[in-house]
Design a protein around this ligand. Structure first.
Ligand SMILES: Nc1nc2c(ncn2[C@@H]2O[C@H](COP(=O)(O)OP(=O)(O)OP(=O)(O)O)[C@@H](O)[C@H]2O)c(=O)[nH]1
Length: 204
C-alpha cells in the first residue's frame, strides 16, 4: 500500500477546505471551521492501486516563509497551491508560495517538481468579480512548470475530483523516501466531520 501526502496551500479564505471537503465527500457546504490546521485521510484506488492519501490543510495564517514551507516540503509528495480568482492579493500569495516551492525543492529532480505542483484558481463561479485573468494564472503556472486549473469548489465536483486525482497519481508515481515528520499541529478527520455536519468549532 502506498502513502501519498499532499499539502493544500494558499491564503485565508481561498477555498482550501472547500476543495478538500468537495473531493472527499462530494459536498459543498458553504462554511468551514478553520481555526486549526489538520490532516484529512482517505483510502482510494488509483489505476487499480490502493493508496492511503493524507491531505494537509494548514491553519489560516499568511504563509510564514521558508521554515514552515520547508517543513511541508519535507512532508509532502505534492502541492496544491490555491488562489481565489476574485482576490488579487491571494494570487500574489500563491505566486510567493510557488516561488518558494521552486526554491526549496530540496534536491528532487526538476521533473519530479513539475508534475506535483498544481496551481488552482478557485471560485470560478465568481468570474463577474474576477481580479485575476485566466491568462495570468496560466502564465504563472507555465513560468514555474506547474499544472494549472481554474475551477469552482462550489459548482464543479468533476473538475475538483479530476484535479486531485491527477495530483495524487503524479505524486504516487514520484513517491520517494522522505523524512515523514508531520507538519506541526496536525489533526484528524474530526475537522472534516464537523465541517460536513456544519458545526462551528474552535478546535478538534
Ligand atoms: N463562490 C464560491 N465560494 C467559495 C468557493 N470555495 C470556497 N468558497 C467560500 O469561501 C469561503 C472560504 O472557504 P474555505 O474553504 O474556508 O477557505 P480556506 O482557504 O480553507 O480558508 P482558511 O481556513 O481561512 O485558510 C467560504 O465562505 C466558502 O464557502 C467557490 O468555489 N465559490
Amino acid at each position: 500500500m502506498n502513502d501519498v501526502k499532499l499539502a493544500v496551500l494558499g491564503s485565508d479564505g481561498v477555498g482550501k477546505s472547500a476543495l478538500i471537503v468537495r473531493f472527499l465527500t462530494r459536498r459543498f457546504i458553504g462554511e468551514y471551521a478553520s481555526s486549526t490546521e489538520c490532516i484529512y485521510r482517505k483510502r482510494l484506488s488509483v489505476d487499480g492501486r490502493q493508496l492511503n492519501l493524507e491531505l494537509y490543510d494548514p491553519c489560516p495564517q499568511p504563509c510564514d516563509g521558508k521554515t514552515s514551507l520547508n517543513e511541508q516540503m519535507h512532508w509532502a509528495d505534492g502541492f496544491v497551491v490555491v488562489y481565489d480568482i476574485s482576490d488579487r492579493s491571494s494570487f500574489l500569495t500563491a505566486t510567493a508560495i510557488v516561488h518558494l516551492i521552486r526554491e526549496l525543492h530540496l534536491g528532487v529532480t526538476k521533473r519530479d517538481v513539475d508534475s506535483v505542483v498544481f496551481l488552482v484558481g478557485n471560485k470560478q463561479d465568481l468570474c463577474h468579480m474576477r481580479e485575476v485573468s485566466r491568462e495570468e494564472g496560466q502564465r504563472l503556472a507555465a513560468e514555474n512548470s506547474c499544472q494549472f486549473y481554474e475551477l469552482s469548489a462550489a459548482e464543479h465536483y468533476q473538475e475538483v475530483a479530476l484535479m486531485f486525482s491527477k495530483v495524487v497519481r503524479n505524486a504516487s508515481l514520484n513517491g520517494k523516501s522522505k523524512d515523514r515528520r508531520r507538519p506541526s499541529g496536525s489533526k484528524s478527520m474530526a475537522k472534516l466531520i464537523n465541517n460536513v455536519f456544519g458545526k462551528r468549532r474552535k478546535s478538534v
